[in-house]
Structure formats: C-alpha cells, structure tokens
Design a protein around this ligand. Structure first.
Ligand SMILES: [Zn+2]
Length: 284
C-alpha cells in the first residue's frame, strides 16, 4: 500500500462511491488495487456509471468482486455540451444533444438497468457549475430517473454542484421512497434538510480533508451518525496527504481518519458505524 496505514486499517472499510472505468481510462492498475484491498478485508462499495451505455461492460469487469455493487445512470454531464460557457470536460461529454437523443439514451439506460440488475440509480442530479446542456435537459434526466427509482424500488445516488435549491426541491417532490445518498456532500444546509427528511444518507468525500474546508468539517458534526457514509469519488478528490495523485478506493482511509478526528471517535468505531449504515442502505 502507498498509504501509511497498516493493512489492518483497511478491514471493514466501505467506499460508497468510485468510478472503476474512469480509473482504468487513466491507466491505473485498478484490479491489483482491488485485489490488495480485498486481501486486507476491505468491505467494498459502489461502482458508479458515467454514461447511459456503460453498465454491461462494468458488470463484466466487476463480476469477480462480489462486494462491489453496481450503479447505473445518466449524470447531468450527459445532458451535453455547455450552452453557456466553454469547458474542457472530456470529449465524450462535449456533444450537444437534442431532447430526442436524450430520450433515446434514457431508453437504452433503462434496458441496461434491468438487464444488468443494477442495485442503484446513480449518479444523477444537477450541475449548474458546468452548465451541461441546459437546465431543461438536466431536469429531464434527473427527474425521469428519480421516477424510475420509485417504479423499480431502487435507491438513488445524487450529484449536486451549485444547484442546491433545485436539487432539494426535486428530492422533496420525487423521493424516491427508498431514499438514497447525497454523494460528495458539499455542506449545503438546504440539501441536508431535504435529504434527511426523505431518509437519505449523506456521504463525505476527500475534500473533507482539505485545509480550507472548516465549514464542511463543521457540517459533518450536524449529520446524524446513523446517516453517515464516506467515499472517495475516485479517481477524483484525492484526500490530503495524497492530493495531486489520482484517487483510488484505498485512500478512503485518510477520509475516515479525518472524519474520526472531527467527530472525536476512534477509527474502528467509525468504520463499524459506516459499515452498518452501508448495510442499511443496501437492505432497503
Ligand atoms: Zn462520482
């Protein structure tokens, strides 16, 4: 392990949100990392989709890893290229898409969700920072998939960037009954209130460890312990002290250590709590 933690520290760890394919695209030796982690007793987590058609391939890739659960969705980036400002986002997200094309892609996704028996719909949500497509297209994707979650009896994994009040409104309006997870929670009280009301879990990522994020660490203390999850969002948001390297699920241990310190609990107690919460999410 690159991390300075003993192998035992990985026993029972959950990483509630990571992107295997995005790590592979960066040339990372993901499967060696997974093999090492699982040999240390890593408890697994959720592999998150990026496109409407990536589920079958991810299912095949992750078949040997029974503790990695599959989520599939169209995130806000699939609404297409920014119509407001230019971005340097990856090429596959840079096309302008018509409403018809989005409907076609939603149809493909729905089939894939059913055929691949995805356990979660995610990540879905709104991103007004990058302004993918336009708000109408982002809402079409977000709200369609929120309704599917109710129909299919699945939990959702929510992405929110600079869209707090719209995300909170959709959560209040469209549930779903089984709730879900606010991924990479950014400290918004508006979103926190709506999410707790609807029975969601709140997942903190590596930015919890960043020096200027006192506000986020403060918010960590406001989340009920039985709703707390932790994640990497690998390969993004690498925690201190490894910031600058691409992130992997093994680095989630740094975020656990930071959260344990903020909450004044032991690493072992926090691991136990997050594992129980994750099992609670999975058994909904
Ligand atoms: Zn993500």
């Amino acid at each position: 392990m690159i991390s300075s933690f003993p192998n035992d520290a990985y026993r029972g760890l959950i990483d509630s949100h990571f992107h295997t394919q995005s790590m592979l695209q960066r040339g990372m030796d993901v499967f060696s990392i997974y093999d090492r982690l699982f040999s240390c007793g890593f408890a697994g987590g959720i592999d998150i989709g990026c496109t409407h058609d990536d589920l079958p391939e991810r299912k095949k890739l992750l078949e040997p890893y029974g503790f990695i659960l599959l989520a599939g969705a169209m995130g806000p980036w699939e609404a297409g290229k920014s119509e407001v400002k230019e971005t340097d986002i990856e090429a596959e997200f840079s096309k302008t898409k018509s409403m018809d094309q989005l409907q076609t892609e939603l149809g493909i996704l729905r089939q894939n969700l059913e055929h691949c028996k995805a356990r979660f719909i995610g990540e879905i949500g709104l991103d007004y920072y990058w302004e993918y497509g336009n708000h109408e297209k982002q809402h079409l994707l977000f709200e369609t998939q929120m309704k599917w979650a109710s129909e299919m009896g699945l939990c959702v994994l929510i992405h929110d960037r600079d869209a707090d009040s719209d995300v909170a409104n959709v959560i209040r309006r469209l549930g779903p009954d089984k709730g879900g997870v606010i991924h990479c929670f950014d400290g918004s009280q508006t979103v926190l209130d709506a999410a707790l009301e609807r029975g969601y879990y709140i997942s903190f990522a590596g930015n919890l460890t960043y020096k200027n994020n006192d506000n986020l660490r403060q918010m960590l203390r406001c989340v009920p312990m039985d709703r707390l999850l932790l994640e990497t969002d690998a390969p993004y948001l690498t925690p201190v002290p490894l910031r600058g390297k691409p992130n992997t699920p093994e680095y989630v241990v740094h975020t656990y250590a930071c959260a344990a310190e903020v909450l004044g609990v032991s690493l072992e107690d926090l691991k136990q709590r997050v594992l129980e919460n994750f099992n609670g999410l999975c058994s909904r």
